[in-house]
Design a protein around this ligand. Structure first.
Ligand SMILES: [Zn+2]
Ligand SMILES: [Zn+2]
Length: 139
């Protein structure tokens, strides 16, 4: 619960990792690997395996997260984090908000697993409508 556990990601990224991270940070919405490939072609990255490898490395570093529900990727809202997070996603405009989970939150979610499944990780995505997409409230 203090700075002692602050996570420092490796600041040294390869060229490909840097390009792909920049691309995702500039994107206003989650991007599929192919949408990323389309965008980074101008930077000289043109092979899907290259994109997947860089994405995997960035995910390992906690700088990029994968939205399981849409097979898309987003840059971490906090630069990098340790894997304890959930997402709230606007179903209309694809706005994504990262929600940090406490150790207790995560333990509670993992604890929902039944005896026959030993829990390893949890993915939580909440769908809804963002403020911009909500119908105007009648006063
Ligand atoms: Zn994060
Ligand atoms: Zn929205």
């Amino acid at each position: 619960m203090n700075a002692a556990h602050h996570h420092h990601p490796d600041p040294k990224l390869s060229y490909n990792q840097g390009e792909i991270l920049t691309c995702l940070r500039q994107a206003k919405e989650p991007m599929s690997a192919y949408a990323i490939l389309d965008r980074v072609r101008t930077a000289g990255i043109s092979h899907p395996p290259t994109v997947y490898r860089a994405l995997n490395d960035l995910m390992q570093k906690g700088m990029v997260h994968r939205l399981q529900s849409r097979s898309a990727f987003v840059a971490c809202d906090h630069g990098a984090c340790d894997g304890k997070f959930a997402f709230a996603i606007c179903r209309r405009c694809d706005k994504v908000v990262e929600i940090p989970l406490s150790d207790d939150d995560q333990a509670g979610l993992l604890g929902l697993a039944p005896d026959e499944i030993s829990p390893e990780k949890v993915t939580l995505e909440i769908a809804g409508l963002c403020i911009a997409c909500r119908p105007a409230e009648t006063a």
